[in-house]
Ligand binder design. Structure first.
Ligand code: 5AD
Ligand code: SF4
Length: 439
């Protein structure tokens, strides 16, 4: 039996897909295929955070229905499955089952129930997540919590993934040890709100917070690097930042979603912090870890955003000079607070697009300027990718603080730690030369 799976959206969805693949391999004997025409089961793991990919879902289902083998099944999973539920089957009768983002551990159940719709957000998936150990190479994703308790006015995720539950420590340690034993060197901890870890468990007597979890993971021998995404700026207290700085295995790069630089817009978004708090946390972080890599998410054109509000976002960009920035035009989503505010509060599409272009162009310039400052610096990278062909030879990897460095003309082993000097830049990208292989 063959499985074709398409994964949209965030790292959480990538992890959910890995989980479904493992379950289907272990319990149903499926093998992966990259050709949908050849598959006995086609899964689309959807994202609903913005409108565009969601619009494309139905035309995609139509395409799959046309090319699939006779008798092959189509399943729609993930966040769009969660919030549209049986409407998906009504609109697209070729779909055999719908499985919500909170319910992925039930994949082998729904597979055998014609027209099943499993989308309950009250379902507790938190102790089922690690049924199957999986060898993922040198880097692995590890869910530490599911769901989200925040109420950001623009965000559909609390509706699709339900309330926040942390996964018990013993399960996490068991899984992390299994991953390391299988050759994993770097673990990325995943949660909608990772630094709120421990706020609620479904098992009694568990009492640990995110800093405590990092300390426990640090003790695992053979684990070299720990990363995590996404933390919330509101929960970045001093204790968290100090542990981030102190912990020898925690990589010194961090995603700190800004969303907007305007305190007024942040209030309307219900983010719970101000422009000043955000800048204060960055200042504290940089005083502890001067070379920290910082990435962010920004939304422009949120309802009521004025030119002055947008200027606040530009100010924060100038002050922080993010190493990576993911930026989006606001997209009204069903089941969210801001979608009900009416058209008069909306920012005109052209204005929002113009602001996005201004923001992205300035960020590109910043990257170029900052890349030059990297010349001559030495970093240790974990080699993640390499290629040797008659046309090109290269290796690339990331430094501890998240900088992607490409080494031209050298074929280095994936999984090795290599000391690299930055010798050139290409726009915002860094080109290095190896100095020494460490392990
Ligand atoms: N419109 C635009 N961007 C959004 N995001 C979340 N919801 C929306 C929305 N309604 C962005 C946020 C979030 C990232 C994953 O997607 O920046 O951090
Ligand atoms: Fe991930 Fe959010 Fe998209 Fe769901 S809606 S897949 S949680 S980005």
């Amino acid at each position: 039996m063959k499985l074709y799976i398409e994964t949209l959206g965030c790292a959480m969805n990538t992890r959910d897909s890995e989980h479904m693949i493992s379950e289907l391999q272990k319990k149903e004997g499926y093998e992966l295929t990259s050709d949908a025409k050849d598959a006995d089961l086609i899964l689309i793991n959807t994202c609903s955070v913005r409108e565009k990919p969601e619009r494309k879902l139905f035309s995609e289902i139509g395409q799959f229905a046309k090319i699939k083998k006779a008798g092959a099944k189509i399943g729609v999973c993930g966040c769009t499955a969660s919030h549209m539920g049986e409407q998906i089957i009504k609109r697209a009768p070729s779909v055999d089952f719908v499985l919500g983002a909170r319910n992925v551990s039930k994949i082998t159940e729904v597979l055998h129930k014609p027209k099943a719709v499993e989308v309950s957000i009250d379902y507790d998936d938190s102790t089922y997540v690690f049924d199957v150990a999986k060898n993922t190479g040198i880097k692995a994703l590890l869910n530490i919590s599911i769901g989200c308790d925040k109420k950001c006015a623009y965000c559909i995720v609390p509706h699709t993934r339900g309330k926040e539950i942390s996964i018990p420590l013993d399960l996490l340690l068991k899984e992390a040890n299994k991953l390391v034993a299988s050759g994993v060197k770097e673990i990325m901890l995943l949660g909608q709100n990772v630094n709120n870890y421990g706020a609620r468990f479904s098992v009694p007597h568990e009492k640990i917070d995110f800093a405590g979890l990092l300390r426990e993971l640090e003790k695992i021998e053979g684990l070299h690097r720990i990363r995590f995404t996404s933390p919330h700026p509101l929960h970045m207290d001093d204790a968290f930042l100090e542990e981030f700085a102190r912990n020898k295995k925690v990589c010194k790069s961090i995603h700190i979603p800004l969303q907007s630089g305007s305190t007024q817009i942040l209030r309307a978004m219900r983010r719970g912090y101000t422009k000043e708090w955000y800048l204060n946390r960055i200042k504290k972080l940089r005083s502890l870890v001067p070379d920290v890599g910082i990435s962010t998410d920004i939304i422009v054109g949120f309802p009521t955003e004025s030119d002055a509000d947008f200027q606040d976002t530009m100010d924060v960009l100038e002050a922080v000079r993010f190493d990576t920035m993911y930026s989006f035009v606001y997209s009204p989503r069903p089941h969210t607070e801001s979608a009900s505010w009416g058209q008069e509060k909306e920012v005109e599409k052209e204005v929002a697009s113009k602001r996005l272009a201004i923001l992205q162009n300035r960020h590109k310039e910043i990257l170029k300027e900052d890349a030059k400052k990297e010349l001559g610096k030495t970093y240790t990278i974990l080699v993640e990718n390499n290629k040797q062909s008659p046309v090109e030879v290269f290796s690339e990897g990331r430094s501890d603080n998240g900088r992607l460095i490409k080494i031209q003309g050298e074929f280095l082993d994936i999984g090795s730690f290599v000391e690299v000097e930055v010798v050139a830049t290409d726009g915002g990208s860094l080109i290095g030369k190896s100095k020494a292989v460490k392990a």
